[in-house]
Design a protein around this ligand. Sequence first.
Ligand SMILES: [Zn+2]
Length: 484
Amino acid sequence: MTAAAFEPVIGLEIHAQLLTDTKIFCGCSTRFGAPPNTNVCPVCLGLPGALPVLNRRAVEFAIRAAHALNCQVNPVSIFARKNYFYPDLPKGYQISQYERPIATSGSVEYDGAGGPRRVGITRAHLEEDAGKSLHEGFADSDTRTYLDFNRSGVPLLEIVSEPDLRSAADAGEFFSRLRAILVAIGVNDGNMEEGSLRCDANVSVRPEGSAAFGTKAEVKNLNSFRHVQRALEYEIERQTQILTSGGRVEQETRLWDATAGRTGSMRSKEEAHDYRYFPEPDLPPLEVSAEWVEEIRRSLPELPDAQRRRFVTQYGLPDYDAGVLTQSAALAAYFEATAAAAGNAKAASNWVMGELTRKMNELGIGVEAVALTPGALAGLIRLVESGTISGPIAKDVFEKMYASGRAADDIVAAEGLGRIDDVATLEAHVVDTIRANEKAVKQYREGKQQTFGFLVGQVIKATGGKANPALVKDLLKKKLDEPD
Ligand SMILES: [Zn+2]
């Protein structure tokens, strides 16, 4: 018996904290990690009579994101009250956008693992974040919950995708592309650990070939790419099993429990009318001029996927290299500067993805904090490309450059690390090596060709890796072939 095949249908709701210095409706700082309840005022504490004033920068960032997501920017959008009570929402409502969001009808297109992908963006809207309930970390946490309102009023852009995603991996890839875009345009720091980028997923399954959607569950609390994938895999399997055994999936909100590796029911899913949305009376309609929207569009940098394609065509890099190098704008810029100075893009790519990345991982730093300039790295690459130093010596020089800040050619000259091309010097090493390896020499002369490579290696080793390998081979061959 073959079970009917089911197809997952997934849409993501992503909350991106906008990188403004101050909150969306007041002048309080958005800085992460401040002592609890120090970045607060009557507005973000929801005290009666306090009035919100919209942060222009938050609107600008929302429009930047809207452009990057190919959305239509609506000239007029409306703030709405989303009414619900929660301890970390002191006003009893959240100011959001509902029927008329700032951006609609967009898409993200990219070359995915399975080929070209296009994922629709339903909408993007501005809203304020709530405070934070602290259920752990205090001596009396078993009986009390503490509240920190520093996050209350931090600007969020909620981005809602179309249900265009068809597997956990597909959703994970889309989320990572979206993150790269938001980081590249400077509106979000992409930091999922600190919660500045959060993801909820709507997921349902349906019999393959069916056009109608199944009943969906909303999975919350997906604060890493791994959690997105694992939670979706779990949820797809759970729903498939229910349907296969003739059951019915409940429409509900489920919470991902990363420790247990499963989702659990949190509450039955609210309908929009449960929130009694109505237009926010304390804020006028948000009007943005066509000129401003256009000005923001012109200021956008190159987006990651376009940059990736350009790296392939302009530098002739493999797609893999292009993908790695365009993961952050800073890394891409570092590579481009290195490639330009070195005059060799593939070598620059190898060094940036290899030794430089290894060093960054070792030190736990991003490329912004790298002490070596692209020009200095290019100097090292030129020494390798010209044959002045060998690959293994270059790695050694790289370490010394990083530690001392000295230029590659200074180190090579001062420490005598340059390649040895001098025939007399090499000949002396060849003679010594032949003398010291009688057995291998005898085997070679008896026809065992493999020992030649061993002997070459011995000569190069004797020169501390500095010998010109081609010259060593020539000289060694000559010596071995002539009678003693
Ligand atoms: Zn405030």
